[in-house]
Design a protein around this ligand. Sequence first.
Ligand code: UGA
Length: 457
Amino acid sequence: MKISIIGTGYVGLVTGACLSECGMNVTCMDTEEEKIANLREGILPIHEPGLQEIVTRNFQSARLKFTTNIQETVERAEVIFITVGTPPREDGSADLKHVKTVAREIAQYINGYKVIVSKSTVPVGTAKMLSSLIREKMNRLKKGFDFDVVANPEFLGEGTSVRDFVHPSRIVIGTRSLKAQKIIKGIYESCIKEEVPFILTNFETAELIKYASNAFLATKISFINEISNLCDKMGVDICGVARAMGMDKRIGGRFLRPGLGYGGSCLPKDTRALIKMGEESRVDMRIIKSVCEVNCYQKKIMADKIERKLKGVNNKMICVLGLSFKPGTDDIRESPSIGIVKELLDRGASVKVYDPIAMESVSRQLTVHKTIKYCRDEYECAKDADAIVLATEWDCFSNLDLMRMRADMHGTYFFDFRNVYDPKKVIAAGFYYVGVGRSNIGEEIESARRDAVNDSK
Ligand code: UGA
């Protein structure tokens, strides 16, 4: 099976590489010449666990090719995946200009039957629009070839995308054509070695499944963050609440980790796009609007917490650990961690930062401030700081030498904004512990420690 992928970003590269790993003959195309030249040299534009090996192996065996030539990309393939970006417009709606350009190019170079798969996250109605756009342009060019469009949204999470491709929870195939449905289902069946549910449906349902899924994940996160804020005030431990909630199979335990809110290139963008879709259909998406509001507010609440505990952050030095929007990736798009860095800088703090992978992305993209110091490791970051803020739960931050850090610091606060640590361990190292939705724990242990010290006097 000859497959072409147009748009070699996260989704395109992972999909292309994984399909080639299953033995398909794949060409990944992108207009960015430097990206393609680098890929041919084995240099990937993203950090994604497991991807480097797959790309190298399949490129070397010529099952995976990289090109900037759109004509060749279209002509050679039986199946074309469109995986270009759909960036948000100012009003939150998805900008389809790249998707439309690709559709016109496909119409221009089509040379026989093709299945055209829309994999980018696109608003309801896009697959239908693509179909008409390609048909119209082909008619103008007097081309009589047959083609089918399929809406096949992806559910790959950054940092786990290779694993998510190999172990999908479901595969959604939206098309009117049984022929195209059979071809796409066949591709996935030959790749995925386990039982996986196929949702065979129409364009519109497939497109909405993607938005509704991401919006629901965002809702779970904002919900638990709101409950955690209540826990902070009421002296209740959110960890116990979330764990017990998650044991109810109707609720499920995943995406109930409180923190700084959700970030990345998907949940923030897709929730805003869903609100916009609602507006266009005259449906007020009240839940999703609140979800976005709670998410924005969460960073502010956490910055307030730091400010309150430190009695002001002006001229204080804060060490922020973790900058990517989640562990396992170097992506900092809409990263909550960057949000908290900006909040702290705006309030007059100096900030030292460290991330095991995302430092380069940050220094390349973050042009906000002169008062950020980029550090070589966690310990340099903590040196002389008034407080540590653990913002992204990278594995390497779960086993810090807390005693060493504390000894080199100026202050005593440890803000664990991903609830990574057992507060007892942090307090034993001489810190004052502040988590999310578990302030009672820090305070209880602290007062028990004070009592113990007093008793021993
Ligand atoms: C998300 C979805 O999870 C994927 O299924 C989907 O395919 C993808 O968007 C997409 O549309 O392409 P992703 O953006 O990679 O994936 O990241 P998530 O794992 O969803 O995490 C998003 C944010 O939520 C991160 O900032 C993370 O730290 C935060 N989060 C996640 C929490 O704060 N608490 C949680 O319990 C879970």
